[in-house]
Design a protein. Structure first.
Length: 517
């Protein structure tokens, strides 16, 4: 191919398509596909595409990668907008595309910064660069990848979905999760991608060093997976997760209230004999004060007689303040209540409602004006144990789930993934829940309205599920645990601190010039 063609806009568009394909290929690393090495290969391709280019070109290529990753991995958002948000097909697809384009800007920023760091456009005339060839792939790229994932996880309430580390819950790098958390594993994935790029492009001792470093990182992960960071405490308990499979289209219909309650009461009575029985998020589509006397009080008496503790998701209305919350109540021997703290924008509250105007009116989701709970820590008393709880989207925020440790004996997550139909979302969400169990060294009970409900052990292994779109329950023996993993002690600080240090070193080495000739 002629050099002019390699530098032309047509070739750049071809590279952008390659970047988008690499982003889409990365989705295969996440559930339900579980091809963990795909993430490493995709990031190695991304680095090779952006390294040494002009910053604008790097931005375009990084943006294309993000569009491929999020376009393939999160296009299920349109289901909630179209089928349950009362939006027309074209408007739902347009808003989903705009969201994907906006979130992909993080990857565009990554590509532009990497191009600037590894290119020559920033070097003054007459000064030759003195940057070692390993600075870009082994320092700058992993650091920027993690810092931008971290930024995406909290900026404007955060969207920590499809973090690279979440793809490794079944991979060799899973051993690092209790030590460094999801961002630490993301750092190692990006570092592995840089080493893979070096393995393909370097020669002699550089290639040998890259091969050895890759082997050490991945074999050490297998060794770390054998360690026990927490310890059993007390006798095991029996727990059951319920799934009534109520379609989202019927969930908030008044005519469906009694059939819904009947379904969960029948499943509960079927589950008696277990110590803890978990209902999904807003399993009762009615305010707590309206169902307490006719339903919850007699059900609580029945549960106490059977030696069971019920944990039920339902909305909670504060009539004095005229606010309502997405809640989780524990009934049986004692009562406790948790109100969801981290709400989903547009799904549970409408940000900037006065400014959005017609868009806010077009998006008519039932119960979409929740208020955030104010609890300092996500703990719920469930019988004799404290449980660390999260409602739906909250389990995607590792720094919030870990606040329940070390007191929490086990974790609970209730969700409603029916919003996203038969898509990748329920599988991806289950993978996220598994990461939280592994990070914290705690068993996790997960009940969802239409699936996938599951019980997960302290190593992130699924003990059993109720499959999507099936009515049923799953029960298992759950071991309460004590102690704290290293991640539970330091949180994201270790991974983010390492990333900042690596970026600082990369900038020092990358900006250091030789003397002028």
């Amino acid at each position: 191919m002629k050099p002019a063609l390699l530098a032309g806009p047509g070739f750049l568009y071809l590279l952008a398509l390659t970047a988008a394909g690499a982003g889409a290929f990365a989705v295969l690393a996440f559930p339900p596909f579980g091809l963990a090495p795909a993430m490493v290969v995709s990031l190695a391709v991304l680095y090779g595409l952006v390294a040494g280019r002009q910053p604008r070109q790097g931005f375009l290529l990084g943006w294309a990668f993000g569009i491929g990753l999020l376009g393939f991995g999160t296009f299920w958002i349109r289901v909630s907008l179209n089928e349950f948000g009362n939006m027309g097909v074209w408007l739902a697809h347009t808003l989903t595309l705009l969201f994907i384009l906006a979130m992909a800007l993080y990857y565009g920023l990554l590509g532009g910064l990497m191009a600037w760091l590894t290119g020559r456009s920033r070097i003054p005339p007459g000064v030759q660069p003195r940057t070692p060839p390993w600075v870009g792939p082994l320092l700058a790229f992993p650091a920027l990848w993690v810092l931008l994932e971290w930024l995406r996880g909290w900026f404007l309430t955060g969207f920590p979905w499809l973090n690279a580390g979440d793809s490794q819950v079944d991979g060799p790098l899973a051993g690092y999760v209790p030590l460094m958390g999801v961002y630490g594993v993301s750092l190692l994935i990006a570092l592995s991608a840089g080493l893979l790029w070096g393995l393909a492009g370097w020669r002699g001792r550089g290639r040998m060093g890259a091969a050895i470093a890759l082997a050490v990182i991945w074999l050490a992960g297998l060794g770390l997976a054998r360690l026990e960071w927490t310890r059993p405490e007390g006798e095991p308990i029996r727990a059951a997760v319920l799934q009534a499979n109520i379609p989202q289209s019927l969930k908030w219909n008044e005519e469906s209230l009694f059939p819904t309650l009947r379904a969960y009461v029948e499943l509960t009575r079927e589950a008696f004999g277990n110590d803890v029985i978990l209902w999904p998020e807003t399993a009762i589509p009615e305010f707590l004060d309206r169902v307490r006397e006719p339903l919850l009080e007699p059900l609580s008496v029945e549960a106490r007689a059977e030696g069971a503790q019920l944990v039920i998701g339902l909305p909670v209305l504060d009539r004095e303040r005229q606010t309502y919350y997405n809640g989780l109540i524990s009934l049986g021997e004692g009562e406790d209540l948790y109100k969801k703290r981290h709400l989903v924008p547009f799904g549970e509250f409408m940000p900037l409602r006065p400014l959005l105007g017609p868009l806010a009116r077009a998006f008519e989701v039932p119960m979409s004006d929740f208020s955030a709970g104010e609890a300092e820590r996500p703990l719920l008393q469930v019988g004799p144990h404290l449980a660390g709880v999260s409602i739906c989207y909250e389990d995607a925020f590792a720094a919030e789930v870990v606040q329940a440790l070390p007191e929490a004996a086990y974790l609970i997550n209730v969700s409603n993934d029916a919003w996203f139909g038969d898509s990748l979302a329920p599988h991806q969400h289950l993978g996220i829940a598994r990461m939280r169990a592994l990070e914290n060294g705690r068993w996790l009970l997960r009940a969802t309205n239409t699936g996938i409900s599951a019980i997960i052990d302290h190593r992130g292994r699924v003990q059993g599920t109720v499959p999507s779109f099936e009515r049923g329950l799953f029960s298992a023996e759950v071991q309460p645990r004590a102690g704290a993993t290293p991640f539970a002690r330091v949180g994201n600080g270790l991974a983010i601190g390492l990333a900042w240090a690596m970026l600082g070193l990369a900038l020092f080495l990358g900006l250091r010039p030789r003397r002028r000739p």
